[in-house]
Design a protein around this ligand. Structure first.
Ligand SMILES: Nc1ncnc2c1ncn2[C@@H]1O[C@H](COP(=O)(O)OP(=O)(O)OP(=O)(O)O)[C@@H](O)[C@H]1O
Length: 312
């Protein structure tokens, strides 16, 4: 495997005593899109900050394309582009100047053609000479991406790229990410929008309470952990699930008009035939069946709640 970024035993305890990361091991492959998925406060921003050098780790090592991110900070940092959650640049500079300045910070020679192309890719061409304070929130987000890409980094971090972003900008961003990937840029995005991980990522890491719970190929994750659900639409509503059905994992939905059965699609015996035989025996008539795969969202919620149960 061609690893471009490697974290080994990375931990962070803030001065407050809060342990935001617990010994994280993670290898990012060159050219992949990796989604780090976790609820609020999971440690995603802390992890990005540590890799990008804005937060110092309490333990562990980070290697960016062969460079130690702490000892060898400059060359390591030059490989990284970070799109933070918020813009903290001088509001009185122009869009173009902000990007050119960012490029210069990393010691890259000016390249007007590259910046022009970036402005066009980000649909900022018409605004290139406007001051940042004259831009809408969505445009500012585009500027953040432009700033992060100005020095042509090999690895791009996007911290919550969809937070507070409208649908059209989100689509534009997804398109841009796909294009960057085609050019070989490695992309790591943090998100709590499952949709985003599902749409974009090659691999998904789930983080909760500072712990990386798992890292999997997205497809494999969905297949392995994916449950299926079947809704049985009833002719007459039920007030409660009869005790005779307790061996199946059922819930009542739609005010009793639908019985939902959650089952493991990978299991040899799904329990469906026996359930469908049992219902008429109990005098429960049904008129239709619908099955569907659970999404990454269900998987994610399941994992995080398992962790909560274990901790309880
Ligand atoms: N400077 C700090 N001092 C003390 N605790 C901090 C500090 N920064 C973050 N934390 C705590 O560390 C934990 C992880 O925070 P972090 O910002 O990394 O989470 P996150 O996964 O990015 O969350 P979100 O999705 O809300 O951005 C949180 O409990 C947070 O309160």
């Amino acid at each position: 495997m061609d690893t471009i970024l490697s974290l080994a035993g990375v931990g962070k305890t803030y001065k407050s005593g809060h342990q935001a990361l617990r010994s994280v091991d993670l290898n990012i492959r060159r050219g992949e899109i990796f989604a780090l998925l976790g609820p609020n406060g999971a440690g995603k921003t802390t992890l990005i900050g540590i890799v990008c050098g804005t937060i110092s780790p309490t333990s562990g090592t980070i290697t960016v394309d062969g460079h130690d991110a702490v000892r060898d900070y400059r060359p390591a940092r030059a490989k990284l582009g970070l799109v933070p959650q918020e813009l903290s640049t001088d509001q009185f500079t122009s869009v173009r100047h902000t990007m050119e300045f960012s490029r210069g910070l990393f010691g890259r020679a000016p390249d007007r053609a590259y910046i022009d192309q970036l402005l066009k890719d980000l649909a900022l061409w018409d605004k290139r000479d406007n001051k940042l304070r004259e831009l809408s929130g969505g445009m500012k987000r585009r500027v953040l991406i432009g700033k992060a890409l100005a020095h042509e980094p090999d690895i791009l971090f996007l911290d919550e790229p969809s937070a507070g972003v409208d649908v059209s900008l989100r689509r534009d961003m997804w398109r841009l990410i796909a294009r960057l990937r085609e050019r070989g840029t490695t992309i790591i995005l943090t998100t709590h929008y499952i949709e985003e991980a599902e749409e974009m990522a090659d691999r998904v890491g789930v983080i909760s309470k500072g712990e990386l719970l798992l890292v999997e190929e997205k497809q494999a994750l969905m297949k392995k952990l994916g449950k299926r659900e079947m809704d049985i639409l009833l002719v007459e509503p039920l007030a409660a699930i009869p005790p005779e059905l307790s061996e199946w994992d059922l819930s009542l939905e739609e005010e009793g008009h639908s019985l939902r059965y959650a089952f493991d699609a990978q299991a040899e015996h799904t329990g469906i035939p026996s359930l469908l035989r049992k219902l008429p025996e109990l005098g429960i008539a049904f008129k239709d069946l619908e099955t569907r795969k659970s999404s990454l969202e269900d998987i994610f919620v399941g994992l995080v709640s398992d962790q909560r149960e274990q901790a309880a």
